[in-house]
Design a binder for this molecule. Sequence first.
Ligand SMILES: Nc1ncnc2c1ncn2[C@@H]1O[C@H](COP(=O)(O)OP(=O)(O)OP(=O)(O)O)[C@@H](O)[C@H]1O
Length: 645
Amino acid sequence: MARHLQYYPNPVGAKRKWAPATAPLQPQTSVDYVKENEEDTYFFRALEIEKTIMNAQQVDAVRHGKGPARVTAGAGAGKTRVLIERVAYLISQRDIDPSRIMMLTFANKTAAEMKERLASEPSIGEKAEQILCGTFHSIFLRLIRGRGFNQKVLSEQDAHEMIAQAIRSCRSSLKLEPAEIKEHIDAWKREGRNPEDMAENNKQEKEIKRVALSYEKEKRDIGSIDFNDIMLISLNEIEADDALLATLQARIEFVLVDEFQDTSTIQFRILQLIVQGQENIFVVGDEDQSIYRYAGAGRFMQDFLKYYPGASEYRLTANYRSSPWIVELGNEIIAQNKNRTPKRMMATRAGIQSPMFLRPLHPAAEAQIISDHIMKRLDRGEAPETIAILYRAQPAANMLLESLIAKNIPIQGDYLEPTLYDRQSVEPIMANIDFAVCPSWERIESVLSSLWVPKARAVEWLRTQHSGAPVLKELVNCPFLTIEEKQRILERDYLLKGASPGILVANVIQAMTHPWMGRPLHRLAEDFAALQAAADKHETIEAFDHYVRGINDKRYRMLKEGAGGVYLMSIHRSKGLEFPVVYIVGASERIIPYYLAKSEEEIAEECRLLHVAVTRAQDELLISSPSSFWGQNTAISRFIQAVYQ
Ligand SMILES: Nc1ncnc2c1ncn2[C@@H]1O[C@H](COP(=O)(O)OP(=O)(O)OP(=O)(O)O)[C@@H](O)[C@H]1O
């Protein structure tokens, strides 16, 4: 066990010291519950031999016959386990053809694990390959590909760039980031509605629609679709073609859905159509882990019985994942949400280790302490794969990412995000740093975009100039530039030559949050503030550039080597996963709840997020709450404080 230097068993200012009140639960298991002479005895005995000893509630859910069913359970209750064993049960005990089972998971990784697990089941083996198993997007992409939709699927980043282009070509005055406009378009599509029908109730909506339609046209012209189009095209196809729907209904006899609480309207609509007639829909989920409401997840978990009034209900209350204290902390945090069906998970595991708390001065200190802490663990021989660091928002993890990289602590490649300096949002600023170190012609274009001068024309004009003067000096003579533009260029030229990196970065940031943009855009503002803080630490531009290159090079190397490592990921990505050791960082007000969360519903989602983070831990949970963020003092997250008051 790690020595918890600087971590304490209670958060600073705790008034209430508590310990889990109840002894671990010992649920009745299949060993007693499934009698010797039942028709499926063999199935459960075989599982027991493999050390999968299900509890009575799980057995009931696995045995569910036909018709709709909802399995409700808190974190770590073995929902995913139930789904897997139910598929095995359907195939081996009910003779269901595996190709007639559709199992929807939240992540491709879970789908792959499920297939692997099912393939190892003696009664299934190779037949596991025939199960239609995957995420909504992967399964329905296959469906539309089969119907001739062969367009390239755009990455989110490409989609954002195309929306930025659409804003420019529409000469739109919208003061929204491309990502925000995309969210409007996606929200519309997730309801199963086409962009052509987007609302136009006010000026902003009209503008968004104009940009949206231009984006849609551009996509069509270059033969692309985005991620959300996959579900929309699927729904449109299924609704328009009775023969297709009939084929799907005949092909798919059983539908099982994991993480059902995060299903969107369009996804649920498609499922409803497919199961119509037989209604063999088996969903598992936890309303307390619903963390995608902001992205359009519906309330279908809670409302399932309204859609399927005769549905069977199964509840799982035993937590197999975490030590008692962690289970109890999860219970206490989520109990703060008002609008939920109350439930309390019971630990089944023993353990006396309490969660540990840290109150560093700021994110930089947090990064330092945690990376040191992890180094010590690795030095003692703990495996990096047993450790996860979870964060609410990227800015809260920037420093940590850098600190881990600087100390050569390996990070899992799939989760190795770009460093702050490699992010698209700060590219024009970093281009200036690059240019200052090496003022070459190749780099001028990126610098021009942060000077707000007409880039294409300026570059064209520069190509015709051969005076031999430095590029920016040359540019000032450009005949079509305004006086203000020339002044900006001269000022930048001056800063590029000798200012500190902090001043140069501040100048570029100021130029990029030009009044034309209306406001410092919040997401960019977070990255800008972090970059400003990083630049301020270095005296010369060269030193800053050297540091950035060093960090980025190490990251690329780590990515290339691809060895295992610690997990560093957002809480959103951690859903459904579990780790022996979990560090939660940035557990302070302004980060969780996030400062943009304002409404009661948004705050409730933040509470669910912290609950998800806490309940990923199996043995050790370490929660850090920096006392300042972006230079402002900040309290420990209200969700933690409330537990200890
Ligand atoms: N009956 C059982 N006996 C022992 N361990 C179990 C049992 N059921 C599940 N587990 C284990 O408990 C852990 C949690 O299971 P699982 O991931 O299926 O839970 P979950 O309900 O899907 O969790 P979450 O919703 O929090 O992601 C896993 O390690 C799983 O192997």
